[in-house]
Design a protein around this ligand. Structure first.
Ligand SMILES: [Zn+2]
Length: 389
């Protein structure tokens, strides 16, 4: 089955090294990008006239706290994943199923993560891809628990510091074990959010703690109860962790310090963007889109690059080859414009100005899932979508 997008103004690739592409058409075949030549669409089942709008890869949220299915008990909310697709997000990575109750030690932490891992293996409503099953480290976690998680196909250790294990040295031993197995290790920075036993014991995770643990990702380096400026600078240094993450549910000033700190060192390829939702902050359908606008409008990052950081770069940090526009990649695509009534001329100009673009369509695996976002403002132009059969 073919799908053709034509009459495109700009293509953002989601690739940090080459974030824009000169193409006016994308041909999708069997759910993957097949060509940028409209002539290759010999028998398209669906044709989308993009009316000179921008096409970009679906966004990635590197920091969500799922449970099971599309339910977020922390906000008594149903449908948060489906609504994130309306915000242009097509893939999310768990930082720990922390809102599932009943975690009381290593065995239950593993069991909860396994349940999330298996249940999220199939795409969720609107084609959202959820990488669930991020095991949390507890005071009785042994390397064998990590081995069992890995053997089941799990690839993420949830935020170090959220589980009952608070000791950085022991966490570092387990982090090294997980990373040697090819797993990605998230680590909570700043004030603990743990209301359970152990929270009083180690109420703040500093840059020094991060350097002891050696995670893959210094998670939410702009946490609301922030790290000190010198701690943020320490994480951004060349010998800091491979990735430093900023989130929507965090401080704006500290977010800018992270982004500018990495940019000064030529290290924006280490930056990740997430939301840290659903949490007490809320459900943030437009959280990734908002953070891209903040980063581009206030830290002078080019919109094409900002989009790449929040799409292909996020997927690549977890070893996933998706959320890019290149031949062979899964066709997870966003068609967007400046919003109706905006003084900006295009989606790219809107992002540079810190505005929300209007999302006209979202496609996952070559299927149109959203025709006119229910969450962004209306796009100025409306995509012409025709289905032949
Ligand atoms: Zn956290």
């Amino acid at each position: 089955m073919q799908l053709l997008l034509h009459n495109i103004d700009r293509v953002l690739t989601g690739r940090f090294e080459a974030p824009a592409l000169d193409a006016d058409a994308i041909v999708v075949e069997d759910g993957r990008i097949a060509s940028f030549d409209a002539a290759a669409a010999t028998d398209p089942g669906t044709v989308i006239d993009c009316k000179q709008m921008t096409v970009a890869p679906g966004l990635v949220d590197t920091h969500v706290h799922p449970t099971l299915g599309d339910y977020a008990p922390k906000q008594q909310s149903v449908g948060w994943l489906e609504r994130m697709v309306h915000g242009g997000v097509t893939r999310v990575f768990s930082a720990g199923e922390v809102h599932v109750t009943g975690r009381s030690g290593a065995e239950s932490a593993l069991a909860i993560a396994l349940a999330a891992h298996y249940s999220y293996r199939k795409p969720q409503p609107s084609g959202m891809k959820v990488h669930g099953g991020a095991m949390l480290l507890e005071s009785d976690t042994e390397p064998g628990h990590i081995d069992r998680a890995r053997a089941a196909g799990m690839g993420i250790i949830g935020e170090v510091g959220i589980g009952s294990l608070k000791d950085p040295a022991r966490s570092g031993e387990l982090s090294a074990h997980a990373r040697a197995l090819g797993m990605v290790v998230h680590m909570h920075c700043g004030c603990t959010s743990d209301r359970g036993p152990g929270g009083d014991e180690h109420p703040h995770f500093s840059a020094e703690d991060v350097m002891v643990v050696q995670p893959t990702i210094a998670s939410h380096a702009n946490t609301f109860a922030s790290l000190s400026d010198s701690d943020i600078d320490r994480l951004c240094a060349d010998d800091g962790p491979p990735h430093v993450e900023v989130v929507q549910a965090g401080g704006t000033r500290s977010m800018l310090r992270v982004v500018e700190g990495l940019a000064e060192r030529g290290s924006l390829d280490r930056l990740l963007i997430g939301t840290d939702t659903p949490t007490g902050y809320g459900v943030a359908s437009l959280g990734v889109l908002k953070t891209i606008g903040d980063v581009c409008s206030m830290a002078d990052v080019a919109p094409e690059l900002g989009w790449a950081i929040a799409s292909g770069q996020g997927a690549r940090a977890f070893g996933v080859a998706g959320n890019v526009i290149e031949v062979g990649a899964p066709a997870d695509l966003v068609v967007m414009d400046a919003s109706l009534g905006s003084v900006c001329d295009s989606a790219v100009d809107a992002i540079a100005a810190g505005e929300f673009p209007g999302i006209a369509a979202v496609i996952t695996d070559g299927r149109v899932r959203v025709e006119g976002s229910l969450c962004t403002l209306r796009s100025r132009r409306v995509a012409g979508i025709e289905t032949a059969r």
